[in-house]
Write a protein of this length. Structure first.
Length: 269
């Protein structure tokens, strides 16, 4: 939720103050100049906003000086505040949790039906956050002419094609993984998928769980790239909601590509 709050504030700031920030960046600006320009344009919103760069720099300095405080802060900044990694951690947690739920008898504390719904909602929140991140990237391309460079300050130049390509690859990988997890949890909890090749969920079988996870990834990928062979398809409303979320992610990634292409025509730094 902390990350979602930051993304929402970033979208609002980009739409309202992004052009002012870009106009205040001096020619051949270094990262420090960009950071100061962002601060002047109100980019220091909670949580962190563009101060994320300052946090990275602060944590790196603590780590280099072998300060104890640097370790927990580094874990937070590098793992829990970077959504690509947080997306993987949360997805792995939900897969393991729903696979072991009947075996571990977690329903002694919370009814099994409630637990399945909570895990399903968590996976849908990952899908929604991926879409929000794509919207953030689109706004950044539209107002700043880039995303990795001028917004995240990962480079001193705003036209670093390699960095922007890295952002796109991360968006695709994170989207497919969150779609895979949502499909797996939906099928394990609510029989959300149907088809000739899909396996019925069976708790406690490691190889069967791995096979089902692969089939969920196959379903998520074919849905993401809009191929949809039909050999695996939604079986009920639970599966349709997952498919809808994956399709939204796909549309958002396509919009990122278009926004990047149009912004590359503007050579202003």
């Amino acid at each position: 939720m902390l990350k979602v709050t930051g993304i929402w504030h970033a979208i609002h700031w980009l739409g309202k103050r992004g052009k002012d920030y870009r106009a205040s960046i001096p020619p051949k600006a270094c990262v420090e100049d960009r950071y100061e320009a962002a601060e002047r344009s109100g980019g220091g919103f909670f949580p962190f906003g563009l101060r994320d760069y300052k946090l990275r720099r602060y944590v790196t300095r603590l780590q280099s000086n072998k300060r104890y405080l640097g370790t927990p802060l580094y874990f937070f900044q590098a793992m829990l505040y970077r959504f690509e990694r947080l997306n993987f951690i949360a997805g792995a947690f939900t897969v393991i949790a729903i696979s072991l739920m009947p075996v571990a008898r977690l329903n002694l504390l919370i009814p099994a039906a409630v637990t399945r719904i909570l895990l399903y909602v968590l996976t849908l929140s990952l899908l929604a956050t991926n879409v929000l991140l794509s919207v953030e990237a689109i706004f950044s391309y539209a107002t700043l002419g880039g995303y990795a460079g001028p917004f995240h300050m990962l480079s001193t130049t705003s036209d670093s094609l390699l960095l922007e390509l890295k952002v796109l690859v991360e968006r695709v990988v994170a989207s497919i993984w969150s779609g895979t997890v949502a499909a797996y949890v939906g099928h394990a909890g609510f029989q959300a998928l149907v088809g000739k090749t899909i396996l019925p969920f069976q708790a406690g079988g490691l190889w069967r769980a791995v096979s089902l996870l692969w089939q969920s990834m196959y379903f998520a990928t074919t849905t993401f790239v809009t191929v949809g062979y039909g050999d695996i398809s939604p079986a009920n409303t639970w599966g349709q909601v997952v498919s809808f979320g994956i399709e939204l992610q796909s549309f958002a990634v396509i919009a990122i590509v278009l926004a990047s292409l149009f912004s590359s025509r503007d050579t202003k730094p």
